[in-house]
Design a protein around this ligand. Sequence first.
Ligand code: ATP
Ligand code: MG
Length: 416
Amino acid sequence: MARIETPKRIRGTQDIFGDEQRRFARVLEAFETVRRLYCFQRVDIPVFESTAVFARSLGETTDVVSKEMYTFEDRGGDSLTLRPEFTAGIARAYLTEGWQQYAPLKLATAGPVFRYERPQKGRFRQFHQIDAEVIGAAEPAADVELLVLADQLLRELGIQDGVTLQLNTLGDAETRDAWRGALVTHFGRNAGDLSDDSKARLERNPLRILDSKDPKDRPIADAAPGIDAYLTSEAGAFFENVTKGLDAAGVAWTRNDRLVRGLDYYRHTAFEFVTDRLGAQGTVLAGGRYDGLIGSLGGPETPGVGWAAGVERLAMLLAEPEIERIEAVVIPMGDAAEARALGILADLRRAGIATDMAFRGNMKRRMAKADASGARFAVILGESELAKGVASVKALGSGAQSEVAFADLVGALQAS
Ligand code: ATP
Ligand code: MG
């Protein structure tokens, strides 16, 4: 018979298990905690959308749309794309579901996103984001609230010390147009020395040259004019309000006037939380204001601001996760005890006591399993216990052991 080949995991995808899974869950739990504290509503949106949702709102010239999307035709002939990020889908939902009536709307979501990129440490093709957005608020207070939320998330995870908030403004439309013109002139003058990628960006997306990582581009990007000389007074005042708000809330930040975001729709605030602990994949959380986005989807001009963070990158920064603690391990010896143990297990679990059963190997091996689980108690059921209608409850910390009647087990474990 021909040998059947085992299917392979798709490159850039992950099977998240063990310690890795515990870290991952910890990030999602912390996000859920702060989301509630900041009164952001949880929302869930589809994993795929019409390709136009991303193409229009992110812009055809962006890396994500031009190179990274998983786009396919479905059986009905429609062009669909697996979401490469959340903002565009949320903006689409805001328009199609009539959420305008709730504006300003504070939303939070989490889940898998998909980008066709070269997999490496901290970079996957299916990865996971947590995402927070405020739609329908033009006030800098919304930007501040999102940044303070992000900061609190890092504190909640205990990783705030290794991560820096870098902040910039991209100004309003007028500012951005003027600055873009100055950048095109500067980069045009130095075009011969730019990397090939940046030569292509010169026409399509000159702002992106500023944050190029190519060593060829760096001196030219570093010498490029900053935005400050082009800021309108409104745009300058907006930025000042954001920085004052951060100072008032006690959130540390540094100005990085080379920081731009890849997507066309960004205005005013742009930011990244960056660490040097993850090599080239050092941006853990990033976002900004996207006042042009909903208009580009054909909706009424609607301001918005938000961020997304890579769950995997945050998880990689966490200290060794604790194993999930359980309360008790039931150890039945013999068939009759095993049958009785099923009822006891069900009672304990229904009472909210996390309980496992050790049913393999000799007594020594089962006790070792109970010890390794970190449980507080072993509930031992042998023939003599069964005959008396009791279980021997052993406190695994102290070694103290006592007999407890079946009917009193739940109470005894809950009390101690
Ligand atoms: P990068 O510069 O690393 O490619 P990006 O600017 O493309 O990041 P965003 O679109 O801002 O990233 O996405 C927000 C966050 O999602 C990033 O800060 C990062 O933590 C995470 N992220 C982005 N791409 C990946 C990926 N391929 N694998 C894992 N995490 C990712
Ligand atoms: Mg990217």
